[in-house]
Design a protein around this ligand. Structure first.
Ligand SMILES: *Cc1c(COP(=O)(O)O)cnc(C)c1O
Length: 233
């Protein structure tokens, strides 16, 4: 089986899972954007996925993503940055990413805005929400109580557009209740910012629960691309 066939099969499987989850939740699959998380995978995979109709790709490390995006410059893709973002990497990330899912602190809003005003298109930003218990060694994300102020800061920042919220399910906990908390926060933000409709939640292991809780964007790596491996170089 060629890599193209492998990816086509996996894509069909993921699309079927999305359709089934939507069916159960009484939602329209057209409401869901599939983001292929291509970290650790070569640009050739991105190219094959684009050929299969994938329009959105996600990456979590700037160095790797920048090189891959440059190789795929000719493809009509939207690049999403989904990883922890250091302020000194903002300039580089905004060369290719038009959506940043991991805005989790005010300083990052300031840095993104300063760079975004130099660009023709606004940069869409999502507030990354931590769904981990407060004492957990978090994997990034703002605490729930800090989310409204961060959303407001993005909405007010020149060059930025508040897109909504993003989260990763907590480790070792049922993702359902965690995604339900995310949905509540998302609704609270939409009350003040109706345009902030994105709920980025759901990965290979929990996309069904995420869709049940209103996810609009699912970020799928291993279910599409197989196990991750390190890229050499
Ligand atoms: C790697 C990654 C994903 C994809 O995870 P899979 O379990 O491989 O589907 C989604 N979101 C973020 C933030 C990631 O880092």
């Amino acid at each position: 089986m060629t890599r193209a066939d492998e990816l086509a099969d996996a894509l069909e499987g993921v699309r079927a899972r999305i359709a089934l989850a939507c069916d159960k939740a009484g939602r329209d699959p057209a409401e869901i954007t599939l983001i292929a998380v291509t970290k650790t995978r070569p640009a050739s995979d991105v190219r094959l996925l684009a050929g299969l109709g994938v329009t959105d790709v996600g990456e979590n490390r700037d160095q790797e993503a920048g090189a891959k995006a440059a190789e795929c410059r000719d493809l009509p893709l939207t690049w999403h940055f989904v990883g922890r973002l250091q302020t000194n990497k903002v300039k580089s990330v905004l060369r290719y990413a038009s959506v940043v899912h991991s805005v989790d602190r005010p300083r990052l809003v300031t840095a993104l805005s300063a760079e975004a005003v130099e660009r023709p298109e606004p940069v869409r930003c999502l507030v990354q929400v931590s769904l981990d218990p407060p004492e957990a060694d978090g994997r990034g994300g703002a605490r729930a109580e800090d989310v409204p102020a961060l959303a407001e800061a993005i909405a007010q920042a020149p060059g930025l557009e508040l897109g909504g919220v993003m989260a990763v399910a907590p480790l070792g906990e049922d993702p359902g209740p965690a995604f339900a908390r995310l949905a509540e926060l998302a609704a609270a933000i939409r009350a003040d910012h109706p345009e902030a409709r994105i709920v980025s939640a759901g990965m290979s292991g929990d996309l069904d629960e995420a869709i049940a809780c209103g996810a609009t964007h699912v970020r799928i790596g291993t279910a599409l691309l197989g196990g991750r491996r390190a890229i050499v170089g």
